[in-house]
Ligand binder design. Structure first.
Ligand code: LLP
Length: 441
């Protein structure tokens, strides 16, 4: 790890006083996203993959400030929907830096993207089914296409996020060459793509290597077909997806990115001349740049466990409820004792196993279970770490809870980049039903 650009940022590395000030000023729950760290992560990716096209998977964090930081760091944008394409355009990504990955794309999304392509003909649509090619052609699209392949091998931190091997994603590997050649009759086929899954840890690198090797093989076959009667394709890149994991547990070692890069280059080789490697990490760019701040409002000893009630729940950070994901939690203190006096500093408190639970009416609404924290007291501020990826993005208004605010730190300066939603926002989309049918008096 280079100094000033460490390979991981732990929840203990955040400036506690700064976070406490932000929570006091803006209220909780509050997301904090450090753009300097986003830039560092982009730089580390570029350093490890100097020859590759690096595309940021926008879905991990779509905030405008983050997208602009990523654009300035010279990564491209990989978008999963019309909404993400729209956000990337607004953040200044031109068509040549836009990649739209269409997974069972709704008609509305295809209409939108085909429209964008008229003004931005250099954008690329990544297609995972022959039907999608057909639907694009019907909309007059004849531009750049990348064929997404189901590589038959997947990896990831949870079964629900392993995409490689899941039939939903991509053309089956043994049909991919044929699909790409047929696509080339109508479109400019510029690449092939596969994505193993999300949160690949060091132990899963073999699967990653296998996927990459298969994709290299496919690219060679397409550019230089084994059958002399088959027309060669003029590919620009082989995109081996994202998925690079980051450590969530405090003592978990980070992925050795240069080593992963080396293994990737080796596995994909030899690439035909003129064909580049491409990657599309999301989590790696934004995860450890974000923290979620939440305030303790209830401490309840029970015969089974000590429940610490906080104001952030699964509507703010879904990952623990959805994937049993681990997020580090640090008690920043600031609370009061039962008699109203200031509680001692968290460092002076004993580590106590607690279950941190949110305000949602679901048993699964916990941020951790029976984890040892510096014994929380009412009013304490907790920092939930590694919350910058798939945090705010997966937030919902369930239980009619407005989504939290987000502050971005940029070179030390804080700015609210997403305001806290209000109760009015919850009902803003509602319209009066047509009552005429019922009003028969
Ligand atoms: N490319 C494609 C086509 C993807 O589907 C994804 C993620 C990525 C790139 C970026 O993967 P990453 O580098 O971020 O691992 N909500 C889950 C993660 C779902 C990821 C879906 N696809 C979570 O919170 O763990």
């Amino acid at each position: 790890p280079t100094e000033g650009n460490p390979s991981v940022r732990r929840v203990s590395d955040w400036d506690a006083e700064r976070l406490a000030d932000l929570a006091a000023e803006h209220g909780t729950p509050l997301y904090v996203q450090d753009l300097d760290r986003v830039r560092e992560n982009c730089e580390r990716l570029r350093d490890a993959f100097p020859d590759a096209d690096v595309r940021y998977a926008v879905k991990a964090h779509t905030g405008r400030a983050v997208l602009e930081a990523v654009r300035e760091s010279e990564l491209d944008a990989e978008c999963a929907s019309a909404g993400e394409v729209d956000r990337a355009l607004a953040a200044g990504f031109g068509g040549e830096r836009l990649h739209y990955t269409a997974v069972n794309p709704p008609a509305r999304d295809l209409d939108y993207v085909a429209g964008v392509a008229e003004a931005e003909p250099d954008l690329t649509v990544t297609v995972g089914a022959v039907d999608t090619l057909d639907r694009l052609a019907k909309r007059g699209y004849d531009g750049r296409v990348c064929v997404r392949v189901n590589p038959g091998v997947g990896a990831g931190h949870h079964e629900k996020v392993r995409t490689g091997g899941a039939a939903k994603f991509g053309v089956p590997y043994d049909r991919a060459a044929d699909a790409a050649r047929r696509a080339a009759e109508r479109f400019d086929v510029v690449g092939v793509h596969a994505h193993a899954g999300s949160g690949i840890d060091p132990e899963q690198l073999d699967s990653h290597r296998e996927l990459v090797a298969r994709m290299g093989e496919l690219a060679r076959e397409l550019v230089d077909p084994s059958d002399a009667n088959t027309a060669p394709l003029d590919l620009e890149y082989v995109d081996v997806g994202g998925g690079f994991g980051v450590p969530y547990e405090e003592d978990e070692p980070p992925l050795d990115l240069p080593a992963v890069a080396e293994a990737t280059r080796e596995a994909v080789a030899p690439l035909p001349s003129g064909v580049d490697l491409a990657i599309e990490p999301g989590r790696y760019v934004v995860a450890d740049a974000g923290a979620l701040l939440t305030r303790v409002n209830t401490v309840k000893p029970t015969p089974d466990e000590r429940v610490v009630g906080v104001d952030a729940g699964m509507t703010d950070l879904l990952r623990p409820a959805m994937y049993d994901a681990y997020h580090p939690i640090r008690n920043l203190g600031g609370g009061r004792n039962a008699d109203g006096s200031d509680a001692s500093a968290p460092d002076d408190r004993s580590a106590t196993p607690v279950t941190v639970a949110g305000p949602i009416c679901e048993t699964g609404d916990t941020l951790c279970r029976n984890r040892a924290l510096a014994d929380p007291t009412r009013g304490d501020l907790l920092a939930v770490g590694v919350a910058g990826a798939y945090g705010y993005e997966m937030a919902s208004q369930y239980n009619s809870r407005p989504r939290p605010a987000e502050v971005a730190l940029d070179d030390g300066t804080a700015a609210v980049v997403r305001r806290r939603e209000t109760l009015g926002d919850l009902t803003a989309v509602e319209r009066e039903p047509n009552r005429d049918r019922h009003d028969r008096t």
